[in-house]
Design a binder for this molecule. Structure first.
Ligand code: SAM
Length: 270
């Protein structure tokens, strides 16, 4: 791999990056004040970027490195692992296998981890669970593995649905226990298991503004007294979510924070 190392300065950075692109760089990276430009072959460069140095470096397989660095994630009674670390699930833990891919939700983000922890603290046996913004399906699948009778994951991004279905299959969760559909609250949900669209538990890892918008719909899809688990909330935006829950009559509100992220639990009013 051929890399051109060029010391960067704040003032010239943009110009230098543009010149390197124009000279045929196949990739650009900045590390510790140094611009690293990748080239297929040594190329004549304009004067303004000639202060650097060509270096031949060992090829690096970034994907392999990323995968090698993935560790199991423990979230309450659940340990989330990629397929090649299945054997790393400790005895007594529920193993949840997620293939890291294009859909959000490998378990490595604080919000996913906190949501799985919150689900694992509930008694889900035989319950119905609605997962809004399912991504990789991680929360719906966690619910099914924790005993839920039926979990439905919905997501506006169609790319997530086959990924979530495949992850459910990989975890041995039958299609009748975890289903996935493109859509959001307000769309018609499949009525085969939950005919009235009212679930025992609702979990959503979205963002604060959307929780505020959807809070009324959460009430409509949750049985009275049913637990609500919301995350994807930046701590600074907690007041928006707490205000929405109060407005919609939710009770027993709790907040958990991890770094800049927050998770809120509550119960639908009776
Ligand atoms: N549930 C997974 C987890 O906890 O790791 C993924 C959460 S990811 C932060 C948010 C997901 O919500 C994305 O897959 C996105 O496409 C989806 N999403 C965004 N807005 C939505 C909406 N209005 N209704 C349903 N899904 C939505």
């Amino acid at each position: 791999m051929l890399v051109y190392h060029l010391p960067g300065t704040f003032e010239t950075r943009e110009d230098h990056l543009n010149l390197l692109w124009e000279a045929g760089a196949t990739g650009l990276e900045e590390r510790a004040g140094l611009i690293r430009a990748y080239f297929d072959e040594q190329t004549p460069l304009p004067d303004a970027v000639r202060d650097g140095e060509w270096r031949q470096e060992a090829d690096q397989d970034w994907l392999a490195e990323f995968k090698a660095n993935l560790r199991p994630v423990q979230a309450g009674r659940v340990t989330i692992v990629p397929p090649w670390l299945r054997a790393g699930v400790p005895d007594g833990q529920v193993g949840l296998v997620i293939e890291p891919g294009m859909a959000f939700g490998t378990g490595h983000h604080a919000t996913t981890r906190m949501a799985v922890e919150a689900l694992s603290a509930l008694n889900l046996h035989g319950r119905t669970v609605l997962d809004v913004g399912t991504g990789s399906g991680v929360l719906a699948i966690a619910a099914a593995l924790l005993g839920a009778g039926y979990a439905l994951g919905v997501d506006i991004d169609p790319i997530t649905i086959p990924i979530a279905q495949e992850n459910a299959r990989d975890n041995g969760v039958p299609a009748g226990r975890a289903a996935f559909m493109v859509g959001t609250l307000g769309d018609e949900l499949p009525g085969d298991v939950v005919a009235d669209g009212v679930f025992d538990v609702l979990v959503a890892n979205l963002y604060a503004e959307l929780h505020d918008l959807l809070a009324g719909a959460y009430v409509g899809h949750l049985r009275p007294g049913g637990p609500l688990v919301l995350t994807g909330i930046l701590s600074g935006k907690l007041p928006l979510v707490l205000g929405a829950l109060e407005r919609e009559g939710f009770t027993d509100v709790t907040v958990r924070e991890d770094g800049e992220w927050a998770l809120v639990t509550a119960r639908a009013g009776a």
